[in-house]
Structure formats: C-alpha cells, structure tokens
Design a protein around this ligand. Structure first.
Ligand code: SF4
Length: 677
C-alpha cells in the first residue's frame, strides 16, 4: 500500500526475502494492474536509505539510540510540556499516508485524545476535504463517481493516468468500450485525445460550471422531474445564474460560448454522466468549495444522482472508532476563523487547520506550540510555503518524525524513528471507500520481517501512551489484535481475511436508490441548491465566481513583474507525491523536475527544451528544466509537486488562506516568471 488506491498485490518471498510483486487479478480496484511505483516495491523496501534504528540529534549529528531511550525522552518531554504549557502545546500530524492508513490515523488520534491536545492535523486543511464539504453541503452525503456504468465521463482538472493509475486503467478500458469523454483542463493531458477537449483558463472552473448551469436552465434541458422532487432553491438558482451567460463565461474561461452550450447539451443528453474532479485541482482556488458545489448542482440538475453511472453513495465500512472522545480545553488551531471547515451541522472534523500551524509556532499566538509528532508525512515539503514551514519546525522545542526515510522533515527533527513498510506488518487495507466507491477491504499481510529496528506505527503510539500513563487506552500487543479490534463492528474477522479471503471481501455495494435512507441528508431533506447553512454563516448561499487574487485582472501590478500563470501540484505516476524520488530504479524513469511551457512562451523567453531555468514567484524561486509542449496554453506554466531540495514546488507557494469558507490556499493560479540562468 504505497498510496490511497490500496491495490491488491501478490508478494513472492524466497528465504524470507521479498523477490517479486505482481498485481492481484481478483482485486476489484486494480484488477491485476500495477503502476511503476508498485512494480518497484522491492527496491523501495530494501533501499539502503531506510532508517533502520531510532536516532537523536546531538550537536547537529545523528546518534543511534534505543527505542527505550527514544520513548523515555519523548514521554518525559511531553509530560513537561503538559505541565508547563498545557496539552494544547503539543501537536500531532499525519501526512497523506497517515490520513489514508487507518492504523496511523487511528493510533495518532487515540494518543492525542488520551494526552488531551485538540491539535491534530492532516493534509485536509489544503487537500480534499473542500470537495467533501461541497458535496456534503449540497446532498448531506458524499457521493462518489461511478464511471463503470456511465455513458459520459467528464474529467474536470483530473488526470487519472498520473494520479490514480488503478482507476485510470479501468477508465481506459471503458473508453475502448464506448464511454464518451469530455476533458476540461488547462493542460491537454494524453487521455484528452480520446474525447472532446476544452482548454480552460486556470482558476475559472466555477464560472464555467455556472455557465453550463445557465445553458441547462435557459434551454430547458435540465431534468425537471428530478429538480421538482428532490431539490431546494431552484427558483433562486434561476435568478442567480442569469448573469452567467455563455458569452460572459467565455470571456472569463477562454472557452468559446458555443462550446459551453455544446458541453451543456451533451451533458443533458447523456443517460448517465459522472464528473470526476481532480484530486486537489479545483479545491486549491479562491472558489474552491463553491466550485465543488457548482459541480454538485450540475449533477443534480441533470438528475445524475443515485443512479448507475452518475454520482452514487456507497457504504463506509463499520470499524471500531479508536478516537478518545473528550472535551478539549480549546478548539483546534484555525477553527475560529473557519468554523464550517471544522464543524458542519454539529459534527466536528478530527482535524485542525495545519495551514495555520507554522504561524502559530512562529508567533506563539494565541499560545505556544512546543512540540510536533508527525508520521506518514513530510510537512517541510508538502505544506504550502516550505520556507516558512521549515522555519517553524526549527523553532519547535521537540520535533519527532517517524518514517521509512530521512525526509526533509526528518532532517529537521530532534528524534527520528524507523517505521515499517506495509509489507512488514499485518494491517487493514481499506481506503475508507473514498476511492472509486468500491466497498472492499482486505488484509494487508506481513510478508517479511521488519527492516532493522523499524516498528509498526500502532506500536510506537501504544508504547508512548503507556509511558505517559495511558496504558488503559492501549491494551493491544500485536498486529493481529489491532486488526481484530478495528474489524469488530464490521462482521469480518482477522482469521476470515487471512485464511478464507486473502483476496479481500466486499462489505457492501453502491446505492442506486435516491429514496434509501441517508441519500439526501441535508437539514431541509432536499438537495440544497440554495444553502441556508452557508447563508447563515455569512457566505454566498450559491456559488459566485471570483477572480483569483493573483490574476492580472485583480493584481495588474503583480502581473507586470510576474507575467506568467503558474499551476502547481500536477501528479507524476512514477512517484507518490514526494515519495520514491530516492529510489534509483524509479528515478531513472523521470529523473528531472520539469516545467511545462508552450512553444510561444519559450520563444518569447528565449529558452529551449531541457534548459535549466529559475522559476520565481513573489514567495521564492526554484530550479527546474524547460519542457516545451503544445499541451499547455501560452502564458501558463505547470509544475508537479513533490520534488525535493531546490526544486520543491512549495517554496513558490504561500500559505495564505484564499477560500473564505475553508481557508484553502490558492495553489493553481500563481503569478510567476522564468529567469534564464
Ligand atoms: S502505488 Fe500503484 S500499485 Fe501501489 S497502491 Fe498506489 S496505484 Fe496501486
């Protein structure tokens, strides 16, 4: 399990050593396929760069210590901080792998609960939760795409070939069988050649969605029966979108008015359409949450909800909740400014806004944060404004990092702890059913012994908890006991998954009935085109398009200095975000960080293919190589995220909140320039 796709893998072991892996044909997610990362698991697991034992930093040098020493030191400090500054002065964070790996997430949250700090963070303050909220606010549920049964697929800022290889392989098979495709993206991604492609100006997706809604309504081609029966606020929406005529939207988005009409008509004419939005491409904009709302409205107006091939709900697996419920002395950091992000309809998210953590650490306002314990993530690289994040991490009194490798964050730590890879312990392999809507779980088996002195994450949190006096919260002593505990409410058992169903089991199926309980779960009991919740909280109850703050229209002075538009965050199939850059067998597949630019832009700058340049924003500069391609529009440049050192994309980004509801930053429309070096 190297990413959130949680593919099924057959691992072959000889004399206790992993020798080969292959995709598991029976697994409904990957159906036998594997991406380049998965195919290189042996190189990853046996990398000589693995952290093999606990270490502490002494006079700037790493010194090997025992697990007992490490745990005693950490526990001693945590007791001191709690005594002197209160439990809130210690923060826990998990990265993408931590949020997706149920064991890391559950145990980190259990310990922070026992300890009593409200400050638990994941990447959700700048990735993914925004779209969940957009759909929740509209349906009261979080429906997922069902491309397997769709007649039309709209990939909106989404490039599954790079970001979701297992899903991409299914989509590509469906395309061969006649699935129709529309791609809306500033970049003409390869899959766009298999359908209709529309190049959109970065950051204008919300306007396009409103323009399509305008056409559906003015041409009367929406699903009237569905709208009357299930939605709330249609009359207000009619008035609201009147101004978003195709002509006006064409000026904003640079997609021709007739093309906007064409998209709407194809959409309305298809029997079942599913929109797949990018992993974070639409979220990390000033209109982020409202764009997700606008897409939810499109699906509603066309009746594409709770039917095969549309957006459908699927049951989540019932698992033991290991969170310790208690009243914390404070709300998590950042919640005062973005209350809906934290608590919607009385239900609180377990996460604070890590976006605000660097400023809190640096300013010690509203209170000092002295320590951070982080697992399954690399904040120094993956949180916006890397330089500020690093400065904040350096200021901490204690930074503890548990990881497989010496990441940029681990380099800054006081104590690093070696983590097992997923092949070195039994775990529950489950992606919260948030990917592809497949209600499926399997046992991730231990196939080799842990490398060096690496530990499972649950063991670290449990041992630390015991040293802090919370042994009652951590009664488990083996992988098997942990998995068994998690599985209790599910009806499955460790033995069943281990012996009878090693290929995994379905625990439910997609719900194709809008009248079934929980399909529309808003306060009004209707699909809320107009959101009273947003209105009461002081936000626009229906999406209003706003120009990106660094666009030439809003900030012409900035554009004089930084005339190009930068999109960050493109995924690379060779890497799982920042992970695996240090594996030579993978690195040779994509050795250099590259910046995509149009031939006209390259000509104007006098740069050539593969030339090393400096890419600059008002926040910083990085090194990259030029890749000239017609697939991107003139004046727009795109870089992937996850490169390290002087090429790390987040050196260029700012951690300023932009979306007024979620506080998400703008990472898709950044004024930049390219300098020859
Ligand atoms: S890294 Fe590749 S093979 Fe592994 S889970 Fe992700 S998509 Fe599947």
């Amino acid at each position: 399990m190297l990413c959130f796709q949680v593919c099924g893998i057959n691992a072959h072991v000889k004399d206790g050593k992993l020798v080969k892996v292959e995709g598991m044909a029976e697994n409904p997610m990957n159906q036998g396929t594997m991406c380049p990362r998965g195919l290189n698991i042996t190189n990853y697991v046996y990398s000589p760069e693995r952290i093999k034992y606990p270490m502490k930093k002494e006079n700037g040098k790493w010194v090997r210590i025992s697990w007992d020493d490490a745990l005693d030191t950490i526990a001693g400090k945590l007791k001191e901080y709690k005594q002197e500054y209160g439990a809130r002065s210690v923060a826990f964070s998990v990265g993408s792998m931590g949020a997706e790996d149920i064991e890391i997430s559950a145990f980190a949250q259990r310990l922070r609960g026992a300890y009593g700090t409200p400050n638990f963070f994941s990447i959700e303050a700048h990735c993914f939760r925004s779209r969940i909220m957009g759909r929740l606010l509209t349906f009261g549920a979080y429906p997922l795409e069902d491309p397997d049964n769709a007649e039309l697929l709209i990939l909106w800022g989404h490039n599954p070939d790079q970001s979701e290889p297992a899903i991409a392989s299914k989509i590509n098979k469906q395309l061969e069988k006649g699935l129709k495709l529309i791609v809306i993206d500033p970049r003409k991604i390869p899959i766009a050649k298999k359908g209709d492609y529309y190049r959109i100006k970065p950051g204008t997706d919300c306007a396009l969605a409103l323009g399509i809604i305008n056409v559906l309504i003015t041409e009367g081609i929406y699903n009237k029966e569905f709208v009357v029966k299930y939605t709330l606020g249609f009359d207000k929406l009619v008035e609201h979108v009147r101004e978003y005529t195709p002509e006006k939207v064409a000026e904003i988005t640079e997609i021709a008015a007739d093309d906007i009409r064409k998209i709407a008509r194809i959409f309305a004419g298809a029997k079942a359409t599913t929109i797949m939005q990018g992993i974070a491409s639409l979220d990390q904009q000033i209109n982020g949450l409202q764009t997700s709302r606008a897409l939810a409205m499109l699906m509603s107006l066309t009746g594409n909800y709770a039917i095969p091939g549309a957006w459908v709900n699927n049951p989540r697996m019932r698992l033991t909740n290991l969170m310790v419920s208690k009243d914390y002395e404070d709300d998590p950091i950042g919640m005062e400014e973005y209350p809906l992000f934290w608590k919607l309809w009385g239900k609180a998210s377990p996460y604070g806004r890590q976006m605000d953590l660097p400023d809190v650490i640096l300013s010690e306002k509203p209170y000092p944060v002295k320590a951070l314990i982080t697992t399954g993530g690399n904040p120094a690289l993956s949180w916006p404004d890397s330089n500020k994040v690093k400065q904040a991490l350096k200021k901490l009194d204690m930074l503890v990092v548990m990881d497989l490798f010496m990441t940029e964050t681990a380099e800054l730590a006081d104590i690093v702890l070696p983590a097992c890879s997923f092949l070195e312990s039994y775990r529950l392999a489950y992606n919260y059913a948030l990917v592809a809507g497949i209600s499926y779980a399997m046992l991730n088996k231990k196939v080799i012994e842990p490398i060096g002195e690496s530990w499972q994450n649950w063991k670290f949190y449990s041992e630390l908890g015991r040293r802090l006096g919370y042994e009652g919260y951590f009664p488990w002593n083996s992988d098997e006991e942990v998995v068994e505990e998690l599985l209790k409410p599910s009806g499955m058992t460790f033995k069943q998954l281990n012996e009878e169903h090693p290929e995994g089991m379905f625990y439910g199926s997609r719900i194709y009935d809008i009248n079934e309980k929980g399909q529309i779960n808003t306060p009004s009991g209707k699909i809320e085109l107009y959101s009273e919740t947003l209105a009461e909280a002081g936000f626009d109850p229906m999406p209003v398009y706003k120009e990106p703050t660094q666009s030439v229209e809003v900030n012409p002075e900035l554009a004089k200095e930084y005339p190009l538009t930068l999109i960050t965050g493109a995924r690379m199939v060779q890497y799982s975000n920042y992970q695996m850059k240090n594996i030579p067998e993978i690195r040779q597949l994509a050795p250099n960080p590259e910046v995509d630019i149009h031939p006209d832009t390259a000509a104007a700058l006098g740069v050539v293919d593969n030339e090393q340049i400096q890419l600059e924003t008002r926040n910083g500069q990085i090194l990259s190589r030029i890749k000239i391609t017609e697939d991107i529009g003139p004046g727009v440049v795109s870089i992937p995220h996850g490169w390290v050192g002087k090429s790390a994309a987040n050196i260029l980004t700012e951690n300023k909140p932009a979306d007024p509801i979620t506080g998400y930053p703008e990472l898709k429309v950044i004024a930049c320039r390219i300098r020859k070096i």
